[in-house]
Structure formats: C-alpha cells, structure tokens
Ligand binder design. Structure first.
Ligand code: HH2
Length: 388
C-alpha cells in the first residue's frame, strides 16, 4: 500500500530510494530483513543523521552518486526510530521496495498510426485495428493500449482531431466486446473522449506535463494513470540524452509527478510509474533502468516497463558486434514482428525479476508466457499456491 510519506516535501528533498544492486553478486531482490536505502546527504539535517546513526546495527556510508549517503540497517531497527521523520521515511521506502510484487499483467500495443516505429501503418484502418486488438486479447493481453499518435524518436505531433478520429472507433468497438482498454495519449481531450467511449486507463508518456488538464481529468474520472519518464520531447529526445545517475534521476522525476497527481486529487491507488525505456535514453541508460527497475518500486507504486521491440535492442546487438535482422532490412523487418523478439523477451524477463508488474508488449502470447515464467522464478512459492 502506498505510503503518502514517500511523496511529501521531505521525501522529495531527501530523494530516498532502496538500493538493489550496490555490489556485484547481490540477490535480485532486496533482503526484506535488511534495509539499504540511499538519501541525499546534504538534505539530511544533523538531528536526523544522528537518529539514523543511533539505530541498532546501522551504518552510514558513501552512496553511489555524488553527495549521496547509503544507510544500511536491520529492517526491525527502523521501527524503533519511527519518531524521526528520516527514519520513518526510510522504513516506508524499504517496505515499499520489498512488498511482494503482484503477478505481472500484459498491456498489448495497438497503434492506430501510420508511423509508429514497429507496427505503424498496419492498423490505421479501424477494422484492421479492431481485429488486431481482439487478437492481442485472445493471445493473452490483459489490457489493450490504443494509441493514435506515434511517440517514436523524431515523430511529429498530430493534431488532436486526427488523433481522436484514429482512436475512438477502435476503442468503441473493442470496449463493446468487453476488452479492458487503455488510451495512450498526451492529450486530456483525447483521453476524455476515449474514456467516454469505454477505455478504462490513461497512459500518458508525458506524465501529465504536455497537457495541463490531464491530471484533473484523471482525478475526476478516478481511472488508472500511467506516468512515464521522458527526457525532452519525441522530436528531440534521442539527440543527446544525458544523466548523472539515470535511475536516481528517473525516480526523482516520477516522485515529483506523483506528488503533482496527488495535489490534483488523483488517488495514489490509481497511479502506475514507468521508466520510459527509449524515451531520451541511450543504451547504457536503458540497460541500467532495466537492471535496477526494482529501485523504482521504492515509490510504493506498480511499475510498468515498455521495452518491446525498441531500438536499444538493436543498439545492444550492434555494440556486441551482432547485426540483427532490423539492421539489415530496416523497419520493415521490425514491422513484420520478426525482429527483436529475443531481446524483447529478455528485457521483459529482467523487468519481471526486478518486480515490474505491468509489461507493455507487441507480441502478447510470447510475452505473457515469458512473464508468467519469470514471475514463477522470482516468487519461488507461487507454484505451491497455483492450481495444478
Ligand atoms: N512506449 C511507446 C509508447 N507508449 N507508454 C508507456 N507507458 N511506456 C512505454 O514504454 C511506451 C508507451 C513507444 O512504443 P510504440 O507505441 O510501439 O511506438 P510509437 O510510439 O512509435 O507508436
């Protein structure tokens, strides 16, 4: 359950996060009995530092980033220091990061666009799009994510009327068949129309920054809202993305956006956070976000990862001296679904092992199967609970 302390002013200044991979050889998930939380040292007041240092078995050391402090303590000890705001915040951060993730759910990508990077142009006709949405659901997508504007690097924005006309007939038809739908849009007017037509989620790659009305809409309709990190805009984001510690910066951004949502009246139970793989990130940034996706769980919210078929997979191949099919045949191969399958499933597996609960994918059948298996590996006792 989300702890509001994770989003208050104090938390935003301290920018706490649970550290999952401080050393090679550490386990995939943080040990529930040992808290390992990073805070910004210069925002820690002397009394708070003293309260942390006084915890039984605690140690304060240098954190991974500039000016950061790594606090390690037995989780039990954190309860004893709950009077101190910093200790209470650390306890909440640790609890959120170690809460067992729920079984993963899959969002199938349905782009009713002429120019999406993977399936652009294939589902521009509403009949084709509806058929594909149906197929995604039949193949195992729990939610179908309908978009009418490409966000691929370099994409030009489309007028809202055009976006609405692409999305609405598809949403109406699939909602009438009982599918759970999300609308992938940065515009409140498009989101509102899609909700009226039967969509149940808003997926906003701008995290409510591109349209000042988006957060109020999400609050009023009380629907799930995906907040994604993006550096720059679609047009510019891959020009020269830079970060210090990409995970810390993404986390800080998401914490700010969550706070803005709460201030606008969105209930925390409705929020989902997403590191925005490929949105203003180079290969090392994308890999770090996948490897350390569990740190995003310290916000206490479900994490969504969309890595499916993205170009970082081709970048990884190239970096390792393997030209993938998409390097030889360009976008055509990717659009036929033959490219990047292995990389997509590998990225999804890493995300699930790190505790991602939602996966945005193109190939619903293979992804749902991979997600189930990865979750079974992650949650060793899940098999005992499952019917056989
Ligand atoms: N990625 C894309 C679009 N929407 N939404 C979320 N929450 N997370 C993502 O990673 C994400 C997203 C880009 O992929 P795609 O829809 O396949 O392509 P395009 O943007 O070109 O339509």
């Amino acid at each position: 359950m989300t702890d509001p302390r994770l989003f208050d002013e104090r938390a935003r200044r301290l920018a706490p996060r649970a550290l999952h991979f401080p050393r090679p050889g550490d386990p995939w998930r943080p040990a529930p009995d040992r808290a390992r939380v990073v805070v910004r040292g210069d925002a820690l007041e002397p009394a708070e530092r003293a309260a942390l240092a006084a915890l039984a078995g605690a140690s304060l050391g240098e954190g991974p980033g500039d000016g950061e402090l790594l606090v390690e303590a037995p989780a039990r000890a954190l309860d004893d220091g709950a009077d101190s705001p910093a200790v209470a915040l650390l306890a909440a951060t640790h609890r959120a990061a170690t809460a067992p993730p729920r079984p993963p759910r899959v969002l199938g990508v349905l782009n009713a666009t002429p120019d999406s990077f993977s399936d652009g142009g294939r589902h521009l006709d509403p009949g084709d799009a509806v058929a594909h949405g149906r197929a995604l659901a039949a193949a195992g997508a729990d939610v179908v994510d309908v978009g009418g504007e490409s966000t691929r690097p370099g994409a030009e924005p489309v007028p809202p009327g055009v976006e609405r006309d692409r999305v609405l007939p598809v949403v109406s038809a699939l909602a009438a068949e009982g599918l759970e739908l999300s609308v992938d849009t940065r515009r409140a007017s498009v989101a509102a129309a899609a909700l009226d037509a039967g969509a149940r989620w808003i997926n906003d790659v701008s995290a409510g920054r591109d349209d000042p009305d988006m957060l109020a809409l999400a609050a009023e309709r009380d629907v799930p809202l995906v907040l994604m990190h993006r550096q720059g805009t679609s047009r510019t984001m891959q020009t020269d993305p830079r970060y210090g510690d990409v995970v810390a910066e993404v986390l800080e951004f998401l914490r700010d956006r969550v706070a803005a949502c709460l201030a606008a009246g969105v209930r925390p139970e409705r929020l989902v956070v997403d590191p925005g793989i490929g949105f203003g990130k180079r290969l090392p940034h994308n890999l770090a976000l996948l490897r350390r996706v569990g740190e995003l769980r310290s916000l206490g919210l479900p994490v969504l990862v969309g890595a499916s078929r993205k170009s970082f997979i081709a970048d990884a191949n190239r970096a390792l001296g393997h030209a993938g099919p998409e390097d030889r045949h360009g976008r055509e191969a990717a659009s036929q679904g033959v490219a990047r399958t292995g990389g997509s499933l590998a990225a999804l597996t890493v995300a699930v092992l790190g505790g991602a609960e939602l996966l945005r994918v193109h190939d619903a059948a293979a992804s749902a199967e991979a997600a189930r298996l990865a979750a079974l590996v992650r949650d060793a006792d899940a098999l005992d609970a499952a019917p056989r």
